[in-house]
Design a protein around this ligand. Sequence first.
Ligand code: NAD
Length: 451
Amino acid sequence: MRLSVIGTGYLGATHAACMAELGFEVLGLDVDPAKIDALSRGELPFHEPGLSELLVKHVQSGRLRFTTSYQEVGDWADVHFVGVGTPQKAGESAADMRYVDAAVTSLAQHITRDALIVGKSTVPVGTATRLAGLIQATRAELELPGEVELAWNPEFLREGFAVKDTLHPDRLVVGVDSEHAEQVLRQVYAAPLAEGAPWISTDFETAELVKVAANAFLATKISFINAFSEITETVGGDITTLADAIGHDPRIGRRFLNAGVGFGGGCLPKDIRALQARVSELGLDRTMAFLNDIDDINLRRRDRVVDLAVQVLNEGAVEAPSTVLPGQKIAVLGVTFKPDSDDVRDSPALDVANRLFTAGADVAVYDPQGNRNAAGRFPRLDYVGSLEAAVTGADLAILLTEWDEFKQMDPAQIAPLMKHRAIIDGRNVLDAKAWTDVGFTHAALGHRFKL
Ligand code: NAD
């Protein structure tokens, strides 16, 4: 069976390389010729552990190729996975569906044989039914040969673990409306199925909703613990102990209960907003209204970090940041939305860095992988090539992404480099005592700050 993957970003490039690893011949397509050129040379345009090796291996073996030609994929592949972006529309909450619509329309116009189109992008419920109609209408009008079906197979990979999650998924969800489509997808995923991956075959609407329900739940879990952070920051208490204690209850579980600067990235924030927008369109205005609070709690964490920076640098005084930060040198440690990724889309860390800069601080940013993407968005910040360069001469260091390099920092080595010994732990990963023992002022989210 020959597979195509339409859209070779984080999702698509990973899917393409992993499908080649599973033994399929794969043709990746993107509208960005620079991306296709890089991938064809075996160069991954982003950072994802283990993916570069798979890309090189299968470009060299000839099993994985790339193109910008819809005609080529339409003539060649049996199954077309669609993994193009569904970003938030500018100035609105809803998902921007123009890339999915364009990709599916192009496929419908160029497929010249029997084929299955499989949507993987995260989409508003109702999309697959709409697109199935669009495919049939387009093909009838052009009188093209071959039967083309549609299925929806949402993607659950996590950046940083994308290869493992694709080769060994914790579940496979397929929305289908024929036995044939399900059988084709069972063949594609024969390897993970043989390993025992749960197989959930359902209708289009359920498949679409599973993905957004999962992301809404995860976002809720993070904002839930961060709401409790607002309480412990006010009355005292230890947010990490609280999370550990409730997490022992298997009905709750400890994962995704890490208090910190909150969630970001190219999925959770836009997916909860798109879900609200979609259910409002369906007339269910109140149904997902609680997600407004989830979003607000999340965004307030960024305000809290800036407020803490002001307090730490002004010996406890809380004033408008714009009047108190000029000239202060702040080392920002981490700008990606999570470790082991170079993705800075809707990154809380990068937002905080920019706010500190706007408040007049002299911001030195270091991220093991994210500097380049961050500089593309906020070129005015000072990006440096090492942790040492960032903290040297700084009045304050703020850890905002929990890379191992930052978790393993030795306070005794950092101390002599800084102008003033002050650190804010935006992810609750540092041992407070180790820092205060060598004279640091230490503040952390979810903990009351006292000088
Ligand atoms: P991305 O921006 O990294 O990649 C999207 C790619 O699609 C880009 O390379 C773009 O050039 C290409 N593209 C746009 N229009 C096209 C067209 N008409 N034809 C061909 N290619 C086109 O985005 P991503 O992070 O890979 O996300 C893609 C989808 O997968 C989104 O719906 C997202 O919500 C979902 N998703 C992403 C992840 C993740 O961790 N990144 C996980 C699960 C689901």
